[in-house]
Design a binder for this molecule. Structure first.
Ligand code: ATP
Length: 268
């Protein structure tokens, strides 16, 4: 079962084996203005080198995007950053303990019989936070969103759509008092209205000085919502300051086209 919150995960290999891989050698990595950073991070699964050289910095008060093809290793990277897998090489530095990292996994399964409000209370209990943070977060939403949230709170998971559950779990996770939020495709399967609500809530986190690291296949979100982003290709990350730089590098006419050109190595 996938849980909505990192605090609920047990460290280990999600592929069914105990986490036996340990970093070959820890190099000291000093954080400057960042809450989370990696250097030369690699991950090998059996004979497959999935991550080779991942260098990322999640600056305080920033929303950082991660692009990459299907199977590029984004989820693997997030699992490592949250301590669910261990890197085989390289270094991670985190300003806060793993308990201060909230992780919205790609798949969240909620038992049908559970009311969404009960799920929120469960997460708050595990994360040791009160419900007032969620009330505050919901209070910042517009009246239409607040009404939707209130209706969902009393509804069973079985009677809620995928997008409704995704948004509800997203808000619940945001209301836990974390410092770093790692979101694996938060808006996948969510309609544009709920996605707009999500981005608004993430902006409030940025204003509070939190770090947000998210992956997406909606490349427009990179241009619209993040402060800078990384592209993960062949196990290596490249940093881009914005969509304009990315499009310029590829000589593409749009972000979607830039993505394809970058993936297939067709640069101008
Ligand atoms: N249980 C598993 N056993 C073996 N290999 C796996 C397993 N899960 C993932 N992989 C492999 O690890 C690689 C990275 O997978 P990962 O899920 O991290 O990619 P991703 O970038 O998140 O992909 P997507 O965008 O499709 O979600 C893929 O090549 C995948 O085949």
């Amino acid at each position: 079962m996938a849980y909505p919150c990192a605090h609920l995960h047990l460290p280990g290999d999600l592929w069914g084996r105990p986490a036996t891989h340990q970093p070959a050698m820890e190099q000291p990595l000093v954080l400057i203005d960042a809450t989370l950073a990696t250097r030369n991070l690699g991950f090998q699964h059996r004979a497959r080198q999935i991550l080779r050289d991942v260098d990322i910095d999640a600056l305080r008060g920033s929303i950082v995007g991660l692009l990459g093809s299907n199977g590029a290793g984004k989820t693997t990277l997030f699992d490592i950053l949250c301590g669910l897998k261990s890197q085989t090489t390289g270094t991670i530095a985190r300003e806060v303990p793993a308990e201060r990292v909230a992780y919205l996994t790609q798949i969240v399964t909620i038992p049908d019989a559970l009311k969404l409000g009960e799920l929120a209370e469960l997460v708050q209990g595990i994360a040791k936070c009160s419900g007032s943070a969620l009330e505050e977060l919901v209070g910042q939403l517009g009246p239409r969103e607040r009404d939707k949230f209130t209706a969902l709170y009393g509804r069973r998971a079985a009677g809620s759509s995928y997008g409704e559950k995704r948004w509800f779990v997203f808000l619940t996770l945001l209301s836990t008092d974390a410092d770093i939020y790692i979101l694996d495709e938060p808006t996948a399967g969510v309609d544009p209205e709920y996605a707009v609500y999500m981005w608004r809530s993430l902006e409030t986190l940025r204003e509070k000085g939190k770090s947000v690291l998210f992956s997406t296949h909606h490349v427009s979100e990179i241009g619209d919502n993040c402060d800078y982003f990384y592209f993960l290709k062949d196990g290596i990350t490249h940093r881009f300051k914005d969509a304009t730089e990315f499009i310029g590098l590829t000589g593409a006419g749009s972000l979607d086209e830039a993505f394809v050109r970058y993936v297939i190595g067709n640069l101008s």
